[in-house]
Design a protein around this ligand. Structure first.
Ligand code: FES
Length: 183
């Protein structure tokens, strides 16, 4: 029996998709870009960062593309003025505690957050207060495969989900709350 394919419009392009996928999965499958940070194709979506908020026609609220199922007739716009304004505010909030030392950062030029801030025209966070920037963590280079700088962590939770769902260890998780939250 032939499965009914979903028809939708994403960022002005008509697409068809198999049922049971999220807006973001359908967009990626059709090479349509929707900005995202916490999502990773190999991991279950968590909807943590809200960078992927999109405007969906006839829906009063913005929806996270990574956790919202694509349905028939959806008209999705990831770059509407409303979606862009929300994304900008979200990234500005992520940058409250993030050091803005891009030029001396190991990841300068290959950083998804830096790319997004540049794309949205963000230079610093208007929500930041003195003392919010995270600087107290020591660089951890004890692992031969990666260097861990917890001052730069944006709490996307990808590492937690990778540990849970790829390695199956459940060894790491979030702790503390608010501005003090860390992995
Ligand atoms: S990518 Fe959708 S909430 Fe983070």
């Amino acid at each position: 029996m032939e499965t009914h394919r979903i028809r939708a419009v994403i960022n002005g392009r008509e697409i068809t998709s198999e049922p049971g996928v999220t807006i973001l999965q359908a967009a990626r499958a059709n090479s349509i870009r929707i900005p995202s940070l916490c999502d990773h194709p190999a991991l279950p979506p968590s909807g943590a960062c809200r960078v992927c908020l999109v405007e969906v026609e006839k829906n009063p609220k913005l929806l996270p593309a990574c956790t919202t199922p694509l349905t028939d007739g959806m008209v999705v716009d990831a770059f509407s003025p409303k979606a862009l304004a929300a994304r900008k505010a979200v990234v500005e909030m992520i940058l409250i505690r993030h050091p803005l030392d891009c030029f001396s950062c190991e990841s300068n030029g290959r950083c998804e957050l830096q790319d997004l801030a540049y794309e949205l025209g963000i230079e610093e966070s208007p929500f930041r207060d003195d003392g919010d920037v995270c600087t107290e963590h020591e660089l951890d280079d004890t692992n031969p495969f990666f260097i861990r700088d917890m001052n730069k962590c944006i709490l996307c939770g990808r590492c937690v989900r990778a540990c849970d769902h790829q390695s199956g260890y459940h060894a790491i998780d979030f702790q503390f709350r608010g501005i003090k939250t860390m992995i």
